[in-house]
Design a protein around this ligand. Sequence first.
Ligand code: NAD
Ligand code: ZN
Length: 253
Amino acid sequence: MTDVAAASDLLANARRILAFTGAGVSTESGIPDFRGPDGVWTKIDPSEFTYDKYVTNRETRRRSWEMRFGSNALDAKPNPAHQALADLWHGGLLIGCVTQNIDGLHQAAGLPPSAVVEVHGNAHRTRCLDCDDSMPTEALRERVAGGDQDPHCEHCGGILKVTVISFGEMMPQLEMARALDWAGTADAVIAIGSTLSVYPAAHVPLEAAQRGVPYLIVNRGETDHDRVADLKLEGAAGTLLPQLVGALLARSA
Ligand code: NAD
Ligand code: ZN
């Protein structure tokens, strides 16, 4: 039996699958992950980009905007892994997807926003830290390109920040509550493209697994939950997930 067939057997009776995704689900869309071999943390130091530094240090903000618009992440398109999860939802087997990603690609692939919980925020929106006015991040591209290296709010002059959770910033309470709610009612959980090393986010699949429901990991490389999961598929999410979802949907038809 192939690994994918074994995974499809593991999930054979599941009708309320919870997906938990990390940066690895988007590398095939051209967005680098953090801790993989070409990850962002091999090039920059995370301690430079804490919430406190962002709000107190103009240079941190300048570099943040420069990196945001210097990368092509805002233009990335969904890949077959995102598409497979949307197919699983449309096939009625997925209750939702909790993602650590900030790229909006699950929704771009066709998952309705109500089926996605973004526990680390979304880079496509920017908010004023003072008056809470918000705008598409894209709307700032021209200002930054035109030399406004640390753009401020046009209404109140406050600091602008993409709606992404920085290190040292509180997790969004509502999103975490929704994620844990799904974890409490899922009848299986699949973690995809994550080292499962960032907490409290990684509690979400763990919470489901601790209730005794099947836990499948799809990842290239080690994760912190390898010994907790019932089965692991090692390899590219963009190849493995479409195979797995195809098998699950064929079975449930
Ligand atoms: P991570 O970088 O810690 O782990 C990613 C894992 O995915 C690694 O084990 C890597 O080997 C694996 N991987 C890479 N490409 C893969 C592929 N094609 N198929 C299967 N596995 C693959 O990422 P994380 O666990 O999500 O945690 C890092 C934090 O990074 C998150 O909090 C998230 O907010 C943030 N982040 C988000 C994005 C994004 O939105 N796309 C990108 C980088 C980082
Ligand atoms: Zn403002």
